[in-house]
Design a protein around this ligand. Structure first.
Ligand SMILES: [Zn+2]
Length: 225
């Protein structure tokens, strides 16, 4: 298996290729498998462009300070087909509404397989495009599944464990499902230069959000601004 590891050298991101297998990191009950997507110079520049043009934020490095966790589902596909999709730097031509706003591909920080295995695709503090208006502060968690493959109980438990893991490392205030994000429009947290750029979402579903929240009540995470 070809894996790529990030190295931070003199302020720029480098990508190394190795032939080792995925390295699992123990974190309490949570096992996070490192499976990085490519974060090369091209994705770095596209991320900086997105931060500037879409969020109105000018930076020299595409980093975020996480304050929100957003849960998603992929809609369809397998772990590998979704990994391969996110691994491309540029968004596919068919997604015209998104492509017109930025050429940066969508991605997420984590991808959770149907058996509950958690794969980390990007470092928590690196920018990823997964939620209009809020990417600059949000960690994205994608779950393999969708309308024809309802998310599993193993994914519920894995998402809750991942939320606890992230809250122990970052000052997370909000936990939302992608479908809940419209309530953040017209607030100071919403940073999108085009007020018409918005798409309604149904993922990952109210049932999934209710189950995950029921496992982390002590964290007192907010679902609204
Ligand atoms: Zn989503």
């Amino acid at each position: 298996m070809k894996l790529r590891y990030w190295l931070l050298i003199t302020g720029s991101f480098c990508v190394l290729n190795t032939s080792t297998t995925a390295v699992a990191q123990n974190s309490g009950k949570l096992n996070i498998v490192q499976k990085p997507i490519v974060f090369n110079q091209k994705r770095q520049q596209l991320s900086l462009d997105y931060l500037h043009k879409r969020h109105g934020i000018q930076k020299t490095r595409p980093t975020i300070v996480p304050r929100m966790i957003v849960l998603h589902f992929t809609g369809s596909g397998t772990l590998n087909s979704n990994f391969n999709y996110f691994n491309k730097e540029e968004i596919e031509q068919a997604r015209t509404a998104n492509k017109n706003q930025s050429a940066l591909n969508v991605s997420a920080h984590y991808l959770v397989d149907r058996d509950g295995t958690v794969y980390q695709l990007l470092p928590d503090t690196i920018f990823a495009r997964h939620i209009i208006g809020l990417n600059y502060m949000a960690i994205g968690v994608e779950n393999v599944g969708g309308p024809d493959a309802p998310l599993t109980e193993a994914q519920v438990r894995a998402n809750a464990a991942l939320v606890r893991h992230l809250c122990a490392r970052h000052k997370i205030e909000y936990l939302i499902g992608h479908s809940e994000y419209s309530i953040f429009r017209n607030t100071v947290l919403w940073k999108e230069t085009n007020s018409n750029y918005y798409t309604g979402k149904a993922d990952p579903g109210t049932d999934f959000m209710r189950k995950v929240r029921a496992l982390v009540p002590n964290l007192k995470l907010r679902s609204k601004p």
